[in-house]
Design a binder for this molecule. Structure first.
Ligand code: ADP
Length: 282
């Protein structure tokens, strides 16, 4: 009976331990859910007054209410820039929260990859010019370091199935990062290629400082930034690449990068190549 009692005691001990682990886990999940709900509610509540503030600043800036002297003009600009920065942060937090909870809706369309890339380059051209970088779309470029060893450029018939708005968001994030980290007068190249008959690859290449090796494993983490002081200057949130990765994966793709500091960085992503006969569903 001693053996029996021993076994019962061990079983009881195991039961108590597992119950306590489960209750701790439940507690942590509850706290996480509360945290997420709190962040999302606060973000929503901040967005409305912020939109009103930015609207008012816009009116002031336009001079409708009377011409501003140069000092006031400068203050309005500072307020506007910081307001825009706050709005980006709020939008990013809301996006990531929706992506995680599967609430972000996608308007799926089959579109020519070439067309999407041309649109992305045109849309981001003003920003590149503003920061003194030349942005080029080079569909034939195949020698970028770190991308697939492919010699096949994309063709007109190469389609991808994406939400064009979300695709544009991915491109805007990668292009703005590349521009932000480029030297004045530098060049950012957007290009694409066929990896094989199933995958198409897009890359955004810059000639900036590159990404420090010790930071590389955390590049896609939320709120991760290699250099805090640098980001204060460029106004980033550290959420852009986390969102970009989630969006690419939602579009059934993969994303990665190659960076050998100080020789710039190349971010790439791959999406399934759609042919007219492909059967797709979501
Ligand atoms: P943000 O740009 O808002 O800080 P991201 O998630 O887009 O956030 O990027 C995270 C970090 O990765 C950046 O802060 C920067 O340190 C690094 N990074 C991203 N893209 C590049 C790039 N092209 N060159 C160098 N560093 C980069």
């Amino acid at each position: 009976w001693i053996w029996g009692a021993g076994a019962a005691f061990v079983a009881l001990l195991l039961m108590i331990t597992s119950m306590s682990i489960i209750s701790q886990w439940r507690h942590r999940q509850q706290i996480l859910t509360m945290q997420k709900t709190f962040i999302s509610t606060v973000s929503h509540e901040l967005r409305t007054p912020l939109t009103v503030i930015l609207g008012a600043l816009d009116i002031l800036h336009s001079g409708i209410g009377g011409a501003l002297n140069s000092d006031t003009q400068r203050l309005v600009s500072v307020a506007n820039n910081n307001g825009q920065r706050l709005k980006r942060l709020i939008d990013d937090i809301l996006d990531i929260e929706k992506l995680e909870s599967g609430q972000l809706t996608f308007q799926w369309q089959q579109v020519q990859l070439k067309l999407l890339l041309e649109q992305a380059v045109t849309a981001n051209q003003p920003y590149a010019t503003h920061v003194g970088v030349s942005l080029v779309y080079d569909p034939q470029r195949l020698d970028t370091p770190g991308v697939s060893n492919s010699s096949a450029p994309i063709e007109d018939g190469d389609l991808v199935e994406v939400d064009p708005e979300r695709f544009a968001q991915v491109m805007a994030n990668l292009i703005s990062n590349a521009c932000k980290h480029s030297p004045q007068g530098g060049c950012v190249e957007v290009s694409a290629r066929r990896v094989d008959s199933h995958w198409l690859e897009v890359s955004v290449n810059d000639h900036g400082r590159g990404i420090p090796h010790q930071f590389q494993p955390r590049v896609f983490d939320r709120f991760a930034q290699a250099d805090g002081s640098d980001q204060r200057r460029t106004g980033g949130t550290g959420l852009g690449l986390a969102i970009t990765k989630a969006l690419v994966e939602e579009m059934r793709g993969t994303i990665g990068f190659h960076s050998e500091p100080p020789n710039g960085s190349c971010f790439w992503f791959r999406l399934p190549r759609i042919t007219h006969t492909s059967f797709t569903h979501h």
